[in-house]
Design a binder for this molecule. Sequence first.
Ligand code: NAD
Length: 499
Amino acid sequence: MKVIDHWIGGKATSGSDERRGAVWNPATGQQQAEVVLAGRQDVDAAVAAARDAFPGWSQASLSARTRVLFAFRELVNANIERIAEAITDEHGKVLSDARGEVQRGLEVVEFACGIPQLLKGDFSAQISTGVDLHSFREPLGVCAGITPFNFPAMVPMWMFPVAIACGNTFILKPSERDPSASLILAELWAEAGLPDGVFNVLQGDKEAVDGLLEHPDVAAISFVGSTPIARYIHGRASQAGKRVQALGGAKNHAIVMPDADLDYASDHLVAAAFGSAGERCMAISAAVAIGVGSELVDRVSQKALAMKVGSGRETASQMGPVVTAQARDRIIGLIDSGERQGAQIHVDGRGITVPGYEQGYFVGPTVIDAVTPQMDVYREEIFGPVLSVVRTDDVDAAIDLINANPYGNGTTIFTSSGEAARRFQRGVHVGMIGINVPVPVPMAYYSFGGWKDSLFGEHHIHGPEGVSFYTRGKVITSRWPHVDHAEHQAAHFNFPTAR
Ligand code: NAD
């Protein structure tokens, strides 16, 4: 059985703990590898490697750091196919989708290549007579990133390019369900010339995470995953005095107005709900239909039924399996609950079999109508290929519905009314908003983040807020008095004010 290792101090290692986790191929249902799971000694080894590398890396010139980032960018670009194949085999998403996530991660590397510009401080001459003021930002130290299964390359790349460009060292604790992409990225960093210990991968589960949360030499934690774990991470890291950003789960609504182009809206709804089998934190899982419910359900259902479900490796597939047998069973259980609670299952993805992949973890696209906010299919983050259709009377009622939901990650409106779109974007309590754009994931040079239960902490991820998260500021007030000048003598007991 293939063993997937840690990467500590510039080399692969199995570490000192005997525990192993199974890594499945979701399309075949077969175990394909085992991943080492870190114990406390492995956490200590990773932190020690990162701590020892920090003085050198944090003092490396901006040019030296940028050169490594550019080289890493070229190497990831040249290895997109290899990374995408590893993702498809462990996660299940189709290859084109896996390539897309590597591409979106690369955009953060490209953003981080501009670090000399991003870290520029301010300077004000003569803020008082003979006094100047300037500011700059410094890295924090050892930063850790804990990431979910659904984007094994992109979400880690939301974090470490910016952290490393800012002069920090980094420990990535990837999801134990699809850990291979992280090791490929570690090898590419080494090939790009990153000094040993600046980027480390610690494979593991809760034990690794708790070790990082408790370790006094870890300065900052970035987390992306489900809301209960995000809340836990934020609480414990804050208590330990660490800087923390913890991005959680989602329930993303798409309003469909009576004036929307229904063909366009239904095409994009199907892609946003069923792409990556609904395992995206920005997937649309609730359509809010205003006056167009039946027609929308018909069109979406036709398109859902026409989708090609299959192994992610087959080019004809538009949707692959979900990640594990447990995920499949949970999704099916939630569809069952919708049926029991009175919703109408228009397209039923339960019980689908894919020829040649009978043991795979497949759930077909599912469209559920007449969903109410009290039902479990609406209240739970399903994280599977299930689109619920809820109906409201007008845009204000739809905005109220969205705001009553505990999550606030993404939302979208399909409309041809500028007035409705403006009311919507100003009225919703959500961090990322689309107008006729179904999956409004911001570009790398903006910051990504939700509101309410979708993000704990002050900082959104990557972009300018990423630079701010991974650095802290210094402001320097300086005076170089001439020994012969009167100001050299003039000390005052009052609180200093500008003169
Ligand atoms: P998860 O919360 O189960 O796991 C995330 C990470 O936390 C993994 O590395 C895992 O090993 C670790 N972990 C799991 N249980 C833990 C515990 N009890 N204590 C400490 N650490 C623990 O999430 P997942 O199932 O891997 O990913 C799917 C979730 O991530 C969904 O809720 C999705 O919405 C969310 N997500 C959010 C965003 C965002 O930007 N807000 C992006 C991607 C995914």
